[in-house]
Design a protein around this ligand. Structure first.
Ligand code: ZN
Length: 311
């Protein structure tokens, strides 16, 4: 593939992003995969550094060691079916004690702590070598994506915007039935800081009502569109029952990644963003995006864990 391409740009909040062509690092990644003990043939996966919880007592029955190995063997077969280069690593059991999540420094608003506003964060404080996959908006509704993720047992969290999903709530009901948590990403995906408090409240609480009606639950987790928010956003979100406002530390496209951190590396607990987008908008399907995402995460020695297990 071509050389690594870097494009620096500033986010609306002034944070530096860099774009790196993922293919530039594939040779190195393949070597890293061998070193991390990835199983290509259905053999059990050795815990990578930071995944020592495998020896800890199981947090609940489905996480017993035997079950986890069986899951790993199933993943090996599924990985072959879906054309992955490597078998995704099995995440450690959910933490017995949930980490205390606070706003990322620099991402707080006034009265963040004393008004107990939902924290905006990009990384969950954990030493587990895991990342959390979050998928936004809802434009593309690819049945093969649902099959792939269920087949591979890869957890993810969806942030839905009503105007993009209202033509097919059933697609997301199927997703929910497969164990995926559906969360709030507003009614119309506006730039929230440009709206009044009442308008923001309508966007967030209105979506809570839609989620309750269509999916049976009012989420506790909300993501502001574009990652843009102000104090009114978090006040409004709190008044609608929101407790957390995660954004992301990496953004994954079908053909490249964008990192928030200058060193261009994933960190344990990072929240990764991608979108329900397909060939109409990107140069590939959601299955293509997930194949490349998973191969990269595995090559770096990370597993994909469930965000809600840490909240
Ligand atoms: Zn969005």
């Amino acid at each position: 593939m071509g050389p690594v391409v870097q494009n620096d740009k500033k986010s609306p909040k002034g944070f530096l992003y860099r774009t790196v062509g993922i293919h530039g690092g594939l040779t190195v990644l393949a070597v890293a995969a061998l070193a991390s003990g990835c199983a290509q043939s259905g053999t059990p996966v050795s815990p990578a550094p930071g995944q020592q919880r495998l020896q800890a007592p199981p947090a609940r029955a489905p996480d017993s060691y035997a079950d986890r190995l069986r899951t790993s063997a199933q993943r090996a077969a599924a990985a072959r079916r879906w054309g992955l280069e490597q078998v995704p690593l099995v995440p450690p059991p959910p933490p017995a004690t949930k980490p205390r999540i606070t706003a990322r420094p620099g991402f707080e608003v006034g009265h963040q702590e004393d008004w107990d506003l939902p924290p905006v964060f990009t990384t969950v404080p954990t030493k587990d070598k895991v990342v959390f996959l979050t998928i936004d908006d809802g434009t593309e509704k690819d049945p093969a994506f649902l099959r792939m993720m269920n087949d591979l047992k890869i957890p993810y969290t969806a942030f839905l915007s009503n105007y993009l999903i209202e033509d097919d709530y059933d697609y997301f009901r199927k997703m929910q039935a497969l164990g995926v948590t559906l969360n709030n990403h507003t009614l119309h995906h506006p730039y929230l800081p440009g709206l009044s408090y009442e308008e923001q409240r309508h966007e967030i609480c209105g979506m809570q009502d839609v989620m309750r009606k269509e999916f049976g639950k009012r989420p506790k987790v909300f993501r502001p569109p574009y990652g843009n928010y102000n104090q009114d956003t978090l006040r409004a979100a709190k008044s609608c029952g929101i407790e957390y406002a995660p954004i992301w530390n990496e953004e994954v496209y079908v053909d490249h990644w964008e990192f928030r951190e200058d060193d261009q590396r994933m960190r344990p607990g990072d929240i990764v963003l991608t979108h329900f987008r397909g060939p109409g908008e990107w140069n590939g399907t959601m299955v293509d995006t997930m194949r490349r995402f998973l191969d990269h995460v595995t090559a770096e020695g990370f597993a994909v864990a469930r965000l809600e297990d840490y909240l």
